[in-house]
Design a binder for this molecule. Sequence first.
Ligand code: C2E
Ligand code: MG
Ligand code: MG
Ligand code: MG
Length: 288
Amino acid sequence: NAKNMGRNTYCLFQAGMGDLVRQRRELEEDLHAAIEEGQFELFYQPRLDLNSGSIESYEALIRWNHPEKGLVSPVDFIPAAEGSGQIIPIGKWVIQTALATAADELPTARLSVNVSPVQFRDNDFVEDVRRAIEASGIPASRLELEITENLLIEDDARALSILTSLKAIGVKIALDDFGVGYSSLGYLSRFPFDTIKIDRSFVSDAGKNSNSLAIIETVVRLGKALNMRVVAEGIEDLETLNLLIRSGCNEIQGFLIGRPQPVRALGVDIPTSVEAALKAKGSPPTRE
Ligand code: C2E
Ligand code: MG
Ligand code: MG
Ligand code: MG
């Protein structure tokens, strides 16, 4: 009957919640060990500049070498690390490590690093970034921080003040995953972005969905008008590559160009098929 069903549902619900809480606690304990024992690693994914036809920057993407579970994806632990505040030490490590790699192993490349809104809430953030850049000895302009719109809706005034301080240091700022979430065109006029990254969902769809392609082309025009570079992420095949070349965006990123890899595995060459597509279309118009 209804009463029993209600009770059973309640019990199931309770058991489910207990599991989730336990899992989350375990994950946080594992993260604690990961921080202490240095189980994190950065992979680097190339960004191809369509104007020069060469790879001039890389996005740093964190990986966790879990002692039992193997390589764990950031989507499976970043939310927990944000919830527990562990993203603060992790994020610091990411910035320091990316900068050290830029200094020692990728001597001319620019590096982009993802930053969580929780890191922005930390009062020491700007100073930590400044110190990390100083310690690395590389120009601040070689570091780009990727933020998402979530950060802007939380505390608009504070976000603007932090972004302005970061820009004053010389760091570049990218708006990541543009077009999903609470995208607002107002953000583009209010915040000092250097780069807009079009979300992968539009890119992977561009060949089949003319609306997605129209959105990409419109963002490219918008970026040009606002003097921001436009990067498309998630290019997996030649058809999409050709659409993106024609769209006039500045840079592309995706498995077709290169997967995220440890720095020692990165090559300088781009795939022959990509090179041929770039040649066939000629140099796209200069955006700068
Ligand atoms: P994101 O910043 O948007 O990074 C792009 C994600 O798309 C990466 O996933 C990358 O591997 C994946 N990707 C790139 N090209 C392709 C493609 O052609 N096809 C497909 N299917 N995927 C592609 P990843 O490395 O799993 O990272 C996922 C998300 O985790 C990132 O999204 C970012 O939001 C977050 N993340 C990664 N590293 C960090 C970090 O160091 N700190 C913080 N706070 N977040 C991070
Ligand atoms: Mg990113
Ligand atoms: Mg993204
Ligand atoms: Mg993302």
